[in-house]
Design a protein around this ligand. Structure first.
Ligand code: F6P
Length: 360
């Protein structure tokens, strides 16, 4: 008999349900007797001992369902040692729930912040297994996170749609793609949809280079230009500021985001009509794509295997086309960013894509 706690933490994404279904199905099919405690709204459920008892029936019919049947929330790691609204120590509350219910293991589906908390719980003595979810694909230790491919599909569809209207009107279009810290989603959706300029946080841009790329297209007879811009895209100048200074600058921005600043600068410097489209949380919504359904199911099944063997303290990840277990202590607190000199960036440049950093 295994008593498993499960929670989904942080921003939701596609295939969370598929991954949980994978864990539960693989355990049931092994013949193991199970008690499943589904904590509601992420770590909040574990802190408040707010859970639902789940059975196999709860996991049928959810392979294709977006969102999470458990609900999710953000409990920031940086405040994990601060008392909660009731003055309680959050870590102690989570440990208390875990021991009170006699859990053998806690399965956490989460991104970067959630992994820090999961690792902290591991150091506190809890048995933890994690699964890498996030549309940002920025978790260290895994080549892929589930949710990412589904979000790439949606962002690509958006840019495809924008292409036709940009062409009709001869406009410059900026499509703002999610990703404050890393540009995986913008890079992949941008390349998949033939964006002309891609701006990502890892490669600071300068307006001169952007304007030159637009003008070059104009000179070649192209009536329109598409920019895929990550939420966290940053100018050369701003990248030299300290984190605090930049934060202050962002707070003072008169526009909703950097994309609008870039749009304004393009319009002022070229006289062209510029529009901004922000698909926002659409990118995290809806049904997982087939890749994510398979991928999340595989990760879930492998997590089940680790639980049966009693091997805890790992994230189930994906490296060099193999499902692997990565020690949680190695994952927590590290970000997987796009290397500015990565092969894919070089190839994109060979295709004529500008990253807004070229010398002009
Ligand atoms: O971490 C996933 C993500 O969707 C990021 O891409 C985005 O910047 C952020 O979450 C948005 O957070 P929230 O849902 O809290 O607005």
């Amino acid at each position: 008999m295994k008593r498993i706690g499960m929670l989904t933490s942080g921003g939701d994404c596609q295939a969370l349900n598929a991954a949980m279904r994978g864990v539960v199905k693989s355990l049931y099919n092994s013949g193991e007797e199970l008690e499943i405690f589904g904590f509601l709204s992420g770590y909040k459920g574990l802190i408040n001992s707010d859970f639902r008892m789940l059975t196999g029936a709860d996991f049928t019919g959810i392979l294709t369902k977006g969102g999470t049947i458990l609900g999710s929330s953000r409990v920031p790691f940086k405040t994990i040692d601060e008392p909660d609204e009731k003055g309680r120590n959050k870590i102690e509350c989570m440990k208390h729930t875990y021991y009170k219910l006699g859990l053998d293991c806690l399965v956490v589906l989460g991104g970067n912040g959630s992994h820090k908390t999961a690792n902290r719980l591991r150091t506190e003595g809890l048995n933890v297994i994690t699964l890498p979810k996030t549309i940002d694909n920025d978790l260290w230790g895994t080549d892929m996170t589930f949710g990412f491919q589904s979000a790439v599909d949606i962002a690509t569809d958006v840019i495809d749609c924008i292409h036709t209207t940009a062409d009709s009107h001869g406009r410059v279009f900026i499509v703002e793609i999610m990703g404050h810290k890393t540009g995986w989603l913008t890079l992949n959706a941008g390349m998949a949809s033939g964006a002309d300029i891609i701006l990502i946080p890892e490669i600071p841009y300068n307006m001169k280079s952007i304007i030159s790329a637009i003008k070059k297209r104009e000179a070649r007879g192209s009536k329109f230009t598409i920019l895929a811009v990550a939420e966290g895209a940053i100018s050369d100048e701003d990248s030299k500021l300290s984190k605090k200074e930049y934060q202050k600058k962002l707070e003072k921005l008169k526009t909703p985001s950097v994309s609008y600043e870039v749009a304004q600068a393009i319009s002022e410097q070229t006289g062209l009509e510029v529009r901004v489209t922000v698909p926002g949380h659409m990118q995290r919504g809806g049904s997982p794509c087939p890749y994510d359904r398979v991928f999340a199911s595989r990760l879930g099944a492998e997590a089940g295997k680790l639980i049966l063997k009693g091997e805890y303290g790992f994230m189930v990840g994906y490296k060099d086309r193999e499902i692997v277990k990565v020690p949680l202590k190695d994952v927590a607190g590290k970000l997987k960013t796009v290397a500015p000199d990565a092969t894919i960036i070089k190839e994109a440049r060979m295709l004529g894509i500008s990253f807004g950093d070229e010398q002009v």
